[in-house]
Write a protein that binds this ligand. Structure first.
Ligand SMILES: [Zn+2]
Length: 290
């Protein structure tokens, strides 16, 4: 057994013992401490999206309908633009410039360790009315991690975002869309929501502007969540994705679409669920009376 693996297992057992003995808040602050956090959190990063993306084997949305969202059903023509893997100082500022020009708000699923390096960009994202989502601390593949490691990673990123913005970020998007049922359960139990996507621009292939537009526009209908990236690995060129953005926005605006962020989607769904619940209760009441 490799020393590193042995160390991870030992630390895992120790942390489990501490979790049983101590209160959750105390455990959380312990895990956030630099020395223990670094040892306990192996870097299960799988490189670029291109190398690691795999189709989901389980339909997690139907297993965890209260936690995981892939699409929503708004009353009006609504769509959500989302950008993963930022922030950086190359593509993210260009995307922000375009969104600002068209007065459109989006959700940026940021990597905690990248946010620490580009605090000014994180602040700019919030200042310009966009929303931040948690894309883990190390761009980790959550389906390869134990629930306690997942919560540690997400908690570490969550703390970075709250230190920079003063706000609590509870919306998560798993890197590579990789999530298995135990991971989904742990994330939901911790009070997070998971926002997946409906339409993949596939911009992580380094596609041209025309190709990105072709992957997005024909698939847009009300309630879809579009995935693009605002940063990539060293070999990933997102120029086509950035250049496609003005035409995507203009076309959708001309068709009457409005643009919404993660918390607006969650709010829409919450209101709809409450209405549905009330309608069901009313129907039951009527059945009892008749
Ligand atoms: Zn990603």
């Amino acid at each position: 057994m490799r020393t590193e693996t042995f160390l991870h297992i030992t630390v895992g057992i120790l942390i489990s013992l501490v979790i049983v003995i101590l209160r959750p808040q105390a455990v959380d602050s312990l895990l956030q401490s630099k020395w223990l956090g670094e040892i306990a959190l192996p870097r299960y990063t799988d490189g670029s999206e291109r190398e690691s993306r795999t189709p989901e084997s389980t339909d997690l949305v139907s297993l965890f309908p209260d936690v995981i969202i892939r699409q929503w059903r708004p009353e009006a023509n609504k769509v959500a633009l989302t950008f993963d893997d930022g922030p950086d100082d190359i593509y993210t500022p260009r995307i922000l410039d375009i969104l600002s020009e068209y007065d459109v708000q989006a959700t940026f699923f940021l990597i905690g360790s990248a946010a620490e390096k580009h605090r000014d960009i994180v602040q700019r994202i919030r200042k310009e009315g966009h929303e931040i989502g948690n894309h883990t601390y190390f761009h980790s593949n959550l389906s390869r991690m134990a629930p306690w490691q997942i919560l540690l990673d997400l908690g570490k990123a969550r703390k970075v975002f709250s230190d920079i913005t003063g706000e609590d970020v509870i919306v998560v998007r798993p890197p590579y869309g990789a999530l298995d049922p135990p991971a989904a359960k742990a994330i939901g139990d911790e009070g997070y929501n998971v926002l997946l996507w409906t339409v993949d621009s596939l911009d992580w292939w380094g596609l041209s502007k025309e190709e990105v537009i072709g992957n997005v526009l024909p698939k847009v209908e009300s309630g879809v969540i579009v995935l693009q990236h605002s940063s990539g690995g060293p070999d990933e060129d997102l120029t086509g994705s950035v250049d496609a953005l003005p035409e995507i926005i203009e076309t959708l605006q001309s068709k009457g679409y409005s643009f919404h962020t993660a918390s607006e989607i969650l709010e829409d769904i919450k209101v709809q669920n409450e209405l549905k619940k009330k309608a069901e209760e009313d129907a039951k009441e009527r059945a009892r009376e008749s």
